[in-house]
Design a protein around this ligand. Structure first.
Ligand SMILES: [Fe+2]
Ligand SMILES: [Fe+2]
Length: 212
């Protein structure tokens, strides 16, 4: 089934805007990540009947539209997304819905108290799962390496210290956290895909333990 997208909205222009804005992004939050997030979202959304595809696809394209990723980038991206969509004459209520999805996409890394899952829209859950799917699996592994190499505070991070390593303590701890995330998907199809993709990370960690 083809997703029902508003024909009036300039989707290609939005995609090109994201491509241009994220051209210099090197930490794995680039145009290709946004594009894969759209792809992942469509993979999950096809299992649902009542999806607002305008909100979902706009949220996927714009969820990381910031110059530098940080623990509050969801807030910055939500603000920027509203400005962009307003210029494109996106309906007001849908802009609010996009902001809701974007604000809640970073709950696995943000320091803010997360909104209860029961209060999230379907599109917010779909964006969350689609984004997280791109943080695990083969692509997730490449992005994790890219993130560490291009983020000054993580550049000297050791590969492995002990099996107890946490997110910020080693690359091993970083990948271990990604496996944790794969268990926290919000939708059943997202959970299924998350489990499949996490396998490559588990195999990688087992090998890393042995070699280190
Ligand atoms: Fe993000
Ligand atoms: Fe993202």
């Amino acid at each position: 089934m083809q997703p029902k997208l508003s024909k009036k909205f300039p989707w290609k222009k939005l995609e090109n805007l994201v491509k241009k804005a994220l051209k210099k992004e090197k930490t794995g939050h680039d145009y290709d990540h946004a594009k894969r997030t759209v792809k992942n979202a469509l993979l999950i959304a096809k299992h649902y009947k009542k999806v607002d595809y305008d909100v979902l696809i706009a949220s996927c394209w714009l969820h990381d539209i910031v110059s530098k990723p940080s623990k509050i980038h969801h807030r910055i991206a939500a603000k920027k997304a509203a400005q962009i969509l307003k210029k494109f004459n996106f309906p007001k209520d849908k802009i609010k819905a996009v902001q809701h999805a974007i604000i809640n996409h970073n709950r696995a890394f943000s320091l803010e108290k997360p909104t209860p899952i029961s209060k999230l829209s379907l599109e917010a859950k779909l964006l969350y799962d689609a984004d997280m799917l791109d943080a695990i699996g083969a692509v997730g592994l490449i992005r994790a390496i890219s993130f560490v190499l291009h983020t000054p505070q993580y550049q000297d991070m050791p590969y492995f210290v002990s099996k107890k390593d946490k997110l910020d303590q080693s690359f091993y701890g970083n990948v271990k956290y990604l496996i944790e995330i794969s268990k926290r998907m919000m939708t059943p199809p997202g959970k299924k895909l998350g489990k499949q993709r996490a396998k490559i990370l588990k195999d990688f960690l087992r090998e890393l333990e042995k070699e280190c």
